[in-house]
Design a protein around this ligand. Sequence first.
Ligand code: PLP
Length: 467
Amino acid sequence: MSSLVRRLGRRGPLTHVRALHASTSTATPASSKQATAQLYSSGRQPIALSSAGITFTLEDGRKVLDGMSGGAAVQCLGSTNPDVVAVMAKQAAQLPYAWHQSLGNAPGEDLAAWLTARSDGALVAAAFLNSGSEAIDTAIKIVRQYWLEEGQPQREYIIARNPSYHGNTLAGLGIGNVASRRGLYAPYIPDTFQHVTTPQLKRSGESEEAYVAQLAKELDDKITALGPQNVAAFLAEPVVGSSVGVMPPPKGYFPAMAAVCKKHNILFVMDEVMCGTGRSGTLFAYQSVCEGVQPDILTMAKGLGGGYVTISGVLVGPRVADKIIAAGQWKSSQTYQNHPINCAVALSVVNKIERLLPNVQARGKQCVAELQEAFKDEPAVYDVRGQGLFIGVEFDVPSDLSPRFATRVKNRCFDNGLLSLAVSGGVDGTQGEAIVLAPAYNAKEAEISTMVEILVKSVKECLAELK
Ligand code: PLP
């Protein structure tokens, strides 16, 4: 299989990374760690000191059960993984860095081969970057280069969905659509990012079949309006993550959207930054929920490094790889691309993930079943849903009663000893108030039940306060 694997890119460094949030160059008042706190937190967050298994210990001695794999669906093996630490140390001693116009490295090659070999032939080449946002930017650039090499440079439009979150770089914010995250930094690359509706079947009130037909028509109409000859790609998360709080697609959705892409000959990009790398119960999320539809380009991140390293991946299928390789060069690269330590650690992480997939499926089913049972008579809980260990609990609490109900619940969960994530996606930020749970893949049955208990107790407490 490895002879099929062709990694993209052989150019020199373009970018340099500098930490904004924890400058050590300014004088630090010795009395308070929080005086140097990250810009985004304003120093108000409790500080985590250590973690063991799936529990954090805070500076004040409190323990918090980690229902969110480190907070952002990343630390998918929990902490305390001596094997991964040993791989990291070994690689750091042997070859910490090697990336040049004419130099690759073995861990990058090995990781590309391992991942592509498990893609059912969909993906044949990969490049590794440092964050999900960079993977999205890179995917957009690969789409652009593909159509340039095809002799169709006018294909500039990429259609994504509304709402959706695809990262925090300018291109990521531009192609995504969450009002609260996006508004501050507009305008974006003018007009090249377009949007169609993100499926929310239950809210639609339609039958699954009618809703899917409606969404496919919407994409078809959008492409027709833009001019099919001007459209480059459609981009979607197989399981929506943070914008609407975990949303598996309706049955038939991916085949219907793929048929429209095929009709107009456009590329299908799948963003698996959050839902992929085992989170949805299979290594790639498309293998769980896309009913045989495969991506032309796929992004992954988060769980890929298990929280030990900051790594993301862009994987491409034969249609894209052949075109770009035939052209001779992939015109994008970064200083820390295919970083040997990142890639070696990621390979160790994905090997462990593969063995944990049955637990992801079983614990995910357990968590959804226990939450559904606990909330079955609670009208303020609009929906409980999940795919693998990726679970969403959506609320229906009038915003005049509590404008940010999910945030209130998340804060109460934290006080009660559980780390969860609050999202308030929705098209305009008013719908889709939800709590997300995305625990480590090795979470135990009893730990999942404890998470459910704390979440249920926290929701009840918050609701009682509204009355
Ligand atoms: N794409 C999706 C679906 C995400 O959920 C995220 C982050 O949450 C990103 C892209 C951006 O990833 P990162 O925060 O690593 O840049």
